[in-house]
Design a protein around this ligand. Structure first.
Ligand code: AGP
Length: 646
């Protein structure tokens, strides 16, 4: 789940590429590189281990001229993070350079074939095999780069978003996609390409989302001496003379052409971006994660806007209204997701079964896609994904779709792959989530899924009108109640300091708050590197209680609802074994406050909505422990924001 970015146009490409890499760094940050073709026709490749800043330092005294370039920030899959395995990779002759996000599954077979043809390999990557294959095809089939890429990709098994430069064609940028995301930005006489729109929004809001097995060729024609480019000579002039798609165009004008890997012409659909630059800034917060935690009152208001109408006591979810029969006739609802999104799915199971009385199965997408699950035509499959690009979830819904199930996705990135292959869905509208640890997307997913459960329940008559109205009105109060919880940030920061010693944590909850315990444990694991487990509180007696001692902090999510009394007994069992308890309780709680070591209060609300309040202190606790430990909160080690490989 690397980040790729490319540029061709009138401007110097290097600063645009580096800025783009910074925007994409949340996708992977163990090494980075850039390739540029300068005005002397040289193809320069620079790479560095570590963050983009290391690459910038390395390039400080290098020739970074050139109006065409590609760049990459890496999350290693094949070969450890180092400058040899970093992208871009040269072809054998160093005439071509490639960047790639994805995994080539049959790279070993292709590599062996190329080695027999005398090709040698410097890196351990699957990507280097691709560029060698392009060169081999170009040379042996006497075709131009675009055709070579098409022919070569017909032999490739796996996922890719790639961009390729050819030193002999400094006016042409070739890219292609299958499985991994790729967006092209159209500017005035310039083009951008990237893994997502964040590097592009600064320059244009006109984008094309590239579909699977599509090849993009962008060619900028030039006549000598105009528009600020130095006059072109010799081979460059000859190369530009060669027609592209049979047409010649003046400088500043580029020709963008999209075909399939089988050379079928495609007509691009240009979309307008809804993203704004300010959304990509930290806005004065020390970390994107803290900014995104504090954005939740507003992001939930945005998520409910035009959907929850408290005045009319009504929820209108277009994805449900347009496909009511599919939900009302569903024999079963299968939820598929990964990580934090899976935890939101677990909460949805409680709500849908309680309000709509439809059996729900919550699946880890990675297991579901290979488990040979029984999927029926009248099943509804709900896919939950913040990024909309998670490979396992994408594959899980493609499997369900092939069996005739109805696909409804909950996603945060407009135009991402998952919503594009779904039958219908609901965007969470929380704006870009940059921090790798998901926070505001999680609460918006829970709201979206709860709205869906309420709509189905009301329509089916399995939910009383009174209960429906109480929850709708309470949804309207949630943003203000979250504000009140955020008011305890300083207090949580203070006692978080006392837990940085811990090697392990246990998180407990019951009912709607069992998944919250799981989510709290995941947040702590992924940003503070402290091992933590989330359990249904009653499960303690079946083993984990053996772990309890004075060293073991136990976070118990215990709002006064549902099985509160049972949770209180679980806390007493832990205290009886000298465990240190941090309890999340309802304001005014007197019982737990007497036995727990630390108490964080959240306002009272409907049981099904308690996760929206109880998760906030857990997000803050993990954040502050990680900050005190000096961890890189926004870009934790070994992680990436969007897992686009399986
Ligand atoms: C959560 O903090 C993590 N970033 C990760 O578990 C994430 O939830 C998971 O990779 C799923 O991502 P998605 O929602 O974009 O599909």
């Amino acid at each position: 789940m690397c980040g790729i970015v490319g540029y061709i146009g009138k401007r110097n490409a290097y600063p645009i590429l580096i800025k783009g890499l910074h925007r994409l760094e949340y996708r992977g940050y163990d090494s980075a590189g850039v390739a540029l073709i300068n005005q002397d026709g040289q193809l320069n490749v620079y790479k560095a281990k570590g963050k983009v800043a290391e690459l910038e330092a390395f390039c400080a005294d290098k020739d970074t001229r050139g109006n065409i370039g590609i760049a990459h920030t890496r999350w290693a899959t094949h070969g450890e993070p180092n400058t040899v395995n970093a992208h871009p990779h040269y072809s054998e002759s160093e005439r071509l350079a490639i960047i790639h996000n994805g995994i080539i599954e049959n790279y070993a077979v292709l590599k062996a074939g190329l080695q027999q043809e005398g090709y040698t390999f410097k890196s351990e990557t699957d990507t280097e095999v691709l560029v060698q294959l392009f060169e081999y095809t170009q040379v042996n089939r006497h075709v131009d780069l675009k055709t070579a890429v098409q022919l070569a990709l017909q032999q490739v098994i796996g996922a890719y978003a790639i961009a390729v430069l050819d030193k002999d064609h400094p006016d042409t940028l070739i890219a292609a996609r299958k499985g991994s995301p790729l967006v092209v930005g159209i500017g005035e006489g310039e083009y951008f390409l990237a893994s997502d729109a964040t590097p592009i929004v600064e320059y244009t809001d006109q984008v094309i989302y590239i579909e699977d097995e599509e090849v993009v060729s962008i060619c900028m024609h030039a006549t000598s001496g105009s528009a600020g480019l130095p006059p072109l000579r010799g081979e460059e002039l000859r190369s530009i003379e060669r027609p592209v798609d049979g047409r010649r165009t003046p400088l500043g004008e580029g020709v963008l052409n999209i075909t399939t890997i089988n050379n079928v012409e495609k007509t691009p659909e240009i979309k307008r971006l809804e993203l704004s630059l300010s959304q990509l800034e930290k806005g004065g917060y020390p970390h994107f994660m803290l900014k995104e935690i504090f954005e939740q009152p507003r992001t939930l208001t945005d998520s409910m806007r035009g959907r929850v109408n408290v005045r009319q006591d009504n929820i209108a979810l277009s994805g449900f209204i347009d496909n009511k029969e599919r939900f009302l006739n569903a024999k079963r609802i299968i939820i598929t997701a990964c990580g934090t999104s899976w935890h939101a799915g677990l909460i949805a199971m409680y709500a849908i079964e309680e309000f709509a009385q439809i059996p729900v199965e919550v699946e880890y997408s990675s297991e579901f896609r290979y488990r040979k699950p029984v999927i029926n035509k009248d099943d509804v499959v709900i896919a939950i994904s913040q990024s909309g690009e998670t490979a396992d979830t994408l594959a899980a819904i493609q499997l369900a779709k092939s069996k005739g199930a109805f696909i409804f996705s909950i996603c945060n990135v407009v135009g991402a792959s998952i919503p594009r292959v779904s039958d219908s869905g609901c965007y969470t509208h929380v704006g870009p989530e940059i921090g790798v640890a998901s926070t505001k997307a999680f609460t918006a997913q829970v709201v979206a899924l709860t709205m869906l459960a309420l709509c189905i329940g009301r329509e089916k008559g399995t939910l009383s009108e009174e209960h429906y109205l109480n929850i709708v009105r309470e949804l309207g109060r949630i943003p203000e109640k979250i504000e009140r919880v955020l008011g305890q940030n300083k207090r949580i920061a203070d006692f978080a300091k006392t837990f940085t010693y811990a090697q392990n944590f246990i998180y407990l909850g019951r009912g709607y708050n069992f998944p919250v315990a799981m989510e709290g444990a995941l947040k702590l694991k992924e940003i503070s590197y402290i091992h933590a487990e989330g359990y249904p509180a009653a499960e303690m007696k079946h083993g984990p209680i053996a772990l309890i001692s004075q060293e073991m902090p136990v976070v118990v999510v215990a709002p006064r609802c549902g099985t509160y009394e049972k949770v209180v007994s679980n806390i007493q069992e832990i205290k009886a074994r000298k465990g240190r308890v941090i309890a999340i309780v309802t304001e005014g709680d007197e019982l737990v406050s007497k036995i727990a070591d630390y108490v964080i209060e959240v306002p009272e609300t409907e049981e099904c909505l308690t996760p929206l309040l109880t998760v906030i202190p857990l997000q803050l606790l993990a954040y502050h422990i990680a900050v005190v430990k000096g961890c890189d909160v926004d870009q934790p080690r070994n992680l990436a924001k969007s897992v686009t490989v399986e």
